[in-house]
Design a protein around this ligand. Sequence first.
Ligand SMILES: *[C@@H]1O[C@H](CO)[C@@H](O)[C@H](O)[C@H]1NC(C)=O
Ligand SMILES: *[C@@H]1O[C@H](CO)[C@@H](O)[C@H](O)[C@H]1NC(C)=O
Ligand SMILES: *[C@@H]1O[C@H](CO)[C@@H](O)[C@H](O)[C@H]1NC(C)=O
Length: 587
Amino acid sequence: MVPLTFLWITFYSLHFIGQCTLQVSRIVGLPSETVAQSIRAVPVHRKHESPDFQLFVNSLLDDIHADANFTVQEKAQKLASKLNCDTVISEIGADRGSVTFKVHRDLLIKTVLHKITQDGPRFGLNTDLLSRIPKGKTIVEFSSPNIAKKFHVGHLRSTIIGNYIANLKEAIGNEVIRINYLGDWGLQFGLLGTGFSKFGSEKELRDNPLEHLFNVYVKINEAAEQDENLRSSAMEFLKRLEGGEAQAVSLWTHFRELSIQEYAKIYKRLGIHFEEYSGESFYREKSQHVLQMLRNRGVLKEMENGTGVVDLSEGLSTYKTVVRSDGTSLYITRDVAAAIDRIEKYDFDEMIYVTDKSQQTHFQHLFKILQILGEKHSIRCHHVPFGRVQGMKTRKGDVIFLEDVLDEARTRMLQNMAATSTSKHLEDPARTAEKIGAAALIVQDFKGPLMSDYHFDWDRALQSFGDTGVFLQYTHARLHSLQGLWETKDLTDFNISCLQEPSVISTLQHLLRYDEVILQCLDDYQPRYLVNYLMGLGHLANVAHRALPVKGSTSEVAQARLLFFNNVQMVLANTMKLLGITPVTNM
Ligand SMILES: *[C@@H]1O[C@H](CO)[C@@H](O)[C@H](O)[C@H]1NC(C)=O
Ligand SMILES: *[C@@H]1O[C@H](CO)[C@@H](O)[C@H](O)[C@H]1NC(C)=O
Ligand SMILES: *[C@@H]1O[C@H](CO)[C@@H](O)[C@H](O)[C@H]1NC(C)=O
C-alpha cells in the first residue's frame, strides 16, 4: 500500500486532484502533471449520487502498462485497489474504466465555497488547467453591419457570438481588441450617392438614418435594374468617391457618421462596445499597396481587360480576382489591406473573424493571400462561421433592423410579465424586460452548434421554464432576492454541518467542472457548452432553493444556506455575463 501523502496544490480542483495524483503517479511511474491531465470532475447525475473526480485509466496507461489480458475496467480496479484514502479522499472506486474519487464532504463544501468568496468574478478562471493556455493579444472582428444594406439577423448573430468570444478571451486574461469592420465602401455607395439625390430627404436621414438609407438603397436598386443611366451614374459616383472628390466624400461621411451613432445606441442596449470602428473605406488606398506587394512577388496576373487575379493554389488554378477592370478595389483586397494594417498596428497573437458561413471561402482566400504575401500571422487568423436563422419576424412582418428585434423581444416580454403580475413593483419594467428579452435571444441562439441553421420561435425563446434565457434570469433574480434575508453578511463564518444535503453537494460538484467547460469553449468557440453548463447550474440551484428554505430555519442553518445561495448566484451572474447576458435582480 502506498503511504498517505500530503501536498497542497494551488487551485481548487487540483487542490483535490493533487492528492489523487501523487499516489497514482508513484504507482504507475508517471509524472504527476501527466496524471493530473487524465483526471476530470465527474458530470453530476440527476438520479444518483456521483463521485467527484475520475481518472481515465486508458488515456494514462495506454503504452506503458499495455496488458492485453486485462480489460480497462480490470485495470482501473487494480489501480484503485492500490490507492489509499487520506485526509482529502474519502472513497476510491472503479467505474467503467476509470478510477473514481470522492472527496471528504466537509472539505468539498468548505473549499468550493471559500474559493468562490475569495475569487468572486474570477471564480473558476484562475485554475491550473486554464493557466496552461498561452495568453496574448486577441483581435475579434464582429458585427460589421453594411451601411445602406439591412442589419439582418446574420449581423445579430455575429454581434452576440463575437461579443461572447471577446468576453471569453478577456476572462482568461487576454488583451482583447473588438473591431467593428463596417461595410462602408463599394458599389452600394455609388448607388446610395445616386439614389440620395433622387429619393433622399435630409430630414428623414436625421430622424431615422438607418431606415432611410435602407429605403433609398432599395428604391435605387429597383430603379437601376430598369435604367442603364442610373447604373452608370452609380459607377460614376463611386469613381468620384474613390478619387476623393470633395462633394461625394462629404455626403458619404455624413451617411457613415449618422449610421455609426445609431449603431452605437443599439450596441449599448445589448451591453456591447467596440475598441475600434473600422471599415472598408480605411483601406481603399492601402489596397493599392497590397496590389503592389502582389505584383512585386510576381503573383498578380493582370488580364487583358484590366482585371487582376491571384493564383491561390499552385497547379490547381484557383484564381481570385483582387482588382476590377476599372481599377476599383474589391472586398477581398481591402480585407487583405486591413489584416496587414492590424499586424503592423497590434502585432496580435490571434485574430478571429465572426461571420455567417457563406463567407467561409472568402476567408480561406484571405488567409491564403496573406500566406502568399509571407505574413506569418496568417496562421493566427481564424474564421468562426455560423448558420442562418429562419423565422425571426416581428409582429409587423419581416425583421429589417436589429433594433426591431430588440424592441419586439422587449414588448413581448413586457406582456408576459404583465400577465404574471409579478412585475408591478418594478421600477423600470421596460428596462428589465429588455434585459430578459436579450437573454432569451442569446440563449436561443447559443443552444445549438453555431454552424447549424435554426428556426427562431418567439414563444419558445420566451418561455419561463425549460432551457431558456428567461429561466436563467428568473433563477438569478430568485437567488438574488435572498439577499434581503441576510442579518449579518459574513461570508466566512458558516457551519459546514448545515450544508450536507444532496442538493448542495451536487451543485458544488457541478461547480468543480467550471474550468473544464471554459477550456472546451476555448477549443472551438461553441457557446453551447457554456449554455448547457449554465442551464445545469440553474436547475440544480432551483432544486436546492426548493429543498432548503431560509425563512423559518434556525439562524445557523439560515446563515449557511444564504452563503451557499449567494455564492451560486455570483457564479450564475458571472457566467451569464460571459455569454453577454446582463443578469436582472428583480422581475
Ligand atoms: C496473457 O495470457 C496468455 C494466455 O493465458 C499468456 O500466455 C500471456 O503470457 C499473458 N500475457 C501477459 C502479458 O501476461
Ligand atoms: C476580365 O477577364 C477575366 C479573365 O478572362 C474575366 O474573368 C472577367 O470577368 C473579365 N472582366 C470583365 C469586366 O470583363
Ligand atoms: C454545527 O452544526 C452541527 C449540527 O447542527 C452542531 O452539532 C455543531 O455543534 C455546529 N458547530 C458549531 C461550531 O457551531
